[in-house]
Write a protein that binds this ligand. Sequence first.
Ligand SMILES: C[S@@+](CC[C@H](N)C(=O)[O-])C[C@H]1O[C@@H](n2cnc3c(N)ncnc32)[C@H](O)[C@@H]1O
Length: 375
Amino acid sequence: MKNEILNTRFVKITLSSPKNGAQYDKISIRPVILKGKDYIQAERFKESKVFHLNVEKNAFNEYIDGLLPLYSQVCIFTAGKTITYFSGKGKVKRSESKNNLKGEVNLSNDREKDYILKEGENIPPLVDLGVFTPDFKVVKSKYDKYKQINRFVELIDDECGKLEKEEISILDFGCGKSYLTFIIYYYFAKVKGKKVKIIGYDLKKDVVENCNKIAQKYGYENLEFVVADVKKDVLYDREIDVVVSLHACDTATDYALYYAISKNVKHIFSVPCCQHEINLSIKKGGDMDCLLKYGIIKERVSALLTDSIRAMILEDMGYKVDVIEFVDLAHSPKNLMLRAKKTREVKLVNAEEIERLQLTYGFEQTLFKLIKDKK
Ligand SMILES: C[S@@+](CC[C@H](N)C(=O)[O-])C[C@H]1O[C@@H](n2cnc3c(N)ncnc32)[C@H](O)[C@@H]1O
């Protein structure tokens, strides 16, 4: 039985009818690819719960060895055939039947096929930036970033792909090494053939210089990077269609949102990061003090409160806001995106509640302050 398992290209294996000593009622096993690596994934069922385990392919032999004595029934599902082993009364019976399973197994847990930008696609700046190898394979250590920028572009495309403008202008706040900025440019200019104007802002001079060099090397017109402190410097002042920020530190996100609001930008895609401000300033004083008692909980609550307030302010400013998990937590612990689209005029419905919270808990919040000071 074990040899057949190891030498068969299976779609799925199930182990059922547990014997004494079996920890789970049933186990279902299938091959998967995680971060470009082969694994065997086991779904282990116990009462009404399911527990997942990913076993590296080269450890599968040992893993299945430990399981086979514990289950009376083992079914090996291949494309078109189901092989069943049943062991009882000291004997093992083998039988075969037909099934309708297809030959092509989707091994990927990562929805590889849905990516807008495919691994292997000729995107030269990604090689310069160290995301792709010279033959356009994703560098292992950059897989999470690749996943993030791919998803980010997908979301932008969903919202802005049909923008009927001759030229689309996009600002990226806290662009850093600018993987995202380059990908957005590549996607709009090279894939969609759109005229775009994109500016990435960052504090770091050397990083900005390097990004400008890469943009020039590939003749990416209208893609530029500028050294700027988005909290105080003068930024691009013409019409802007889209503002993006991916993990812009702490209150840099507030300034990005404020800039977008002030310029009536139609689309905002912002994934915040290191929301320290409220965590550092919040004080006990209300019904929810228990959430401020333990450091790690206080930190997480403060981060969520920060992003809730930002979303509420955007709503007041006339935006339709979605707060979404833009990638799975496995690809980034900072995975909340504020996706906002300007759909109406300013109408203050949340401001009072934010004010009340602020009075109760005494925290500071930059976007709220900027909006209040503007009036
Ligand atoms: C965590 S990195 C993210 C970089 C990039 N967006 C990404 O996701 O790979 C945050 C970037 O924000 C930049 N940054 C922080 N505060 C800033 C400010 N006030 N003005 C401009 N850039 C800022 C930092 O220099 C850093 O490169």
